[in-house]
Design a protein around this ligand. Sequence first.
Ligand SMILES: Nc1ncnc2c1ncn2[C@@H]1O[C@H](COP(=O)(O)OP(=O)(O)OP(=O)(O)O)[C@@H](O)[C@H]1O
Ligand SMILES: [Mg+2]
Length: 573
Amino acid sequence: MIYFESVQFKNFLSTGDAWTKIDLDASKSTLIVGENGAGKSTMLDAITFALYGKPFRKINKPQLINSINQKGALVELVLRIGSDRFLIRRGIKPNVFEVLKNGTLVNQDAAARDYQAYLDDTVVKMSFKSFGQVVVLGSSTFVPFMQLSAAHRREVIEDLLDIQIFTTMNTLLKQKVSDNKEDIYDSKRSIELSISKIDSAISHNESIRKLKETEVYKLKAKLGDQISYITAEQQSLDTLMEQSCALAETVSDKLVVAGKIQAHREMDNSLSSTQRNHSKNIEFFTDHDNCPTCKQGIDETFRDDTIGKSNTKVTAIDDARSKLAKSLSKYLDRQREISDVESQILNINLEMGTHRANIKLSMDLCKQIKRELEGAQKGVESIDTADINRLQDEINHLNKVQDELFKDRETFNVVGAVLKDGGVKTSMIRRYIPVMNTLINQYLAAMELFVQFELDDGFNETIKSRHRDVFSYGSFSEGEKAKIDIALMLTWRAVSKLRNSISTNLLIMDEVFDGSMDEISVENLQNILQELTGNGGLNMFIISHKEHQVDRFDRIVEFSKVKNFSQMAVRES
Ligand SMILES: Nc1ncnc2c1ncn2[C@@H]1O[C@H](COP(=O)(O)OP(=O)(O)OP(=O)(O)O)[C@@H](O)[C@H]1O
Ligand SMILES: [Mg+2]
């Protein structure tokens, strides 16, 4: 609840350089009187200027400065909220905007707009429009509730029911929804980006794999070629070996033949020596008749016999040697044959050596190819997948983030449904509408306007009157309209008290009693107001040009113009 204590102003509209101070909580009911233009309604502008930085009447800020002094317009409003006392000081020429909480200036570092926001949110807590509906009635610039647009009616009722918080939340939610939408968009983009990165990493790896696999394939083929070559070489080697063995077999008599040749030669030598001895014998016996040693004569028969025998021997040895020579010749032929075969075997062995060398070379090559093959195969297995794994992790993380964002979106949708018009606010409003209607109809009845007034949850009214058709606000007379305005205002005040929302001690009725209401209605209204003030906590100000029923008021404040400046005088009754 805002409890207004006092307002003072100077160089403000028709007020001069001296403070005009009005105690707002000094008496339960105050009648403010004075002629037209005396400065009675000025207090309204002073209060709204202090609270909202703008006058109640439809003029702009510079027009508030007193036109004679042209500077130093200043307003000070003192109010209480709970146990805190606030002084709001505002001025034009020079510009002043200060809020003092319990005598201490509230930090003014903030920008003027934020300072106003502080005042709105922590002190005043009701909009300019709601102030107009709850504190003020009448006055030239007062717009009756029934003439407000549906949106403005909603704004006032939300203030009354203290449910603007849902509107504020909805505004914040809209920002969150839009942030969430952007975040979802961003995360989708990031996921797409990571997926395309993974795709290109995979295809890059695939091409590397293909290259390495081709290398492996080629090396395997090379190895296969070498193995076939070695097999072929080995086969050739085996064939040559067989040939060599077969040939060696054919010359197995080599030693025997050599032995035979040796034996033949030795035999021939011995025969030759024997033959030579026989020939010498023949020569001796032929040339000698006597023995050279004993000089005795050699017997003819003996000599002839000996020569005959020796000749026979020589002839026999010739014969034997010729046979021996034939036989030797055969063995020598065989030895040549053997030698031919051996040279063939040698050639074969040389060829085998070449094949062996080929096999050795090829085996070495195979070892080298195997090493290369192992390397290439390892290469295929160890293609770097770290990047892909990292990207996959990133995508998993992004998906989780996106899931959270989707969950948030769902939550926002649910909260949005609750917060939007038709949601929780409407259900709150629906709960209070019957209360409001009851109160309105009670106040109307107290002012002897017997109609059935009904606001629906879209804040549209239907007013039914006995024996009459359905009326709208415009259908009523000015006096009846005034009664409806009063009934609504009193209802708003009662509801704010119920909700402990924008409840205040201040009630200002400007020219309500001077206008269209007849004597009885004014009487009735005063009765109602008296009852209200009687309950306490209400300070009522009635602004009027007429001093009627003065005795009903605790205090009379009189405004007048003296030398073009408004002056105020207080009369306690
Ligand atoms: N900037 C200004 N400087 C001086 N006087 C001004 C300025 N602006 C308006 N005024 C005058 O100040 C007076 C405003 O007084 P106010 O509206 O409070 O009168 P009131 O007593 O409520 O009169 P009414 O009974 O006609 O409503 C008017 O006479 C108006 O012409
Ligand atoms: Mg006035």
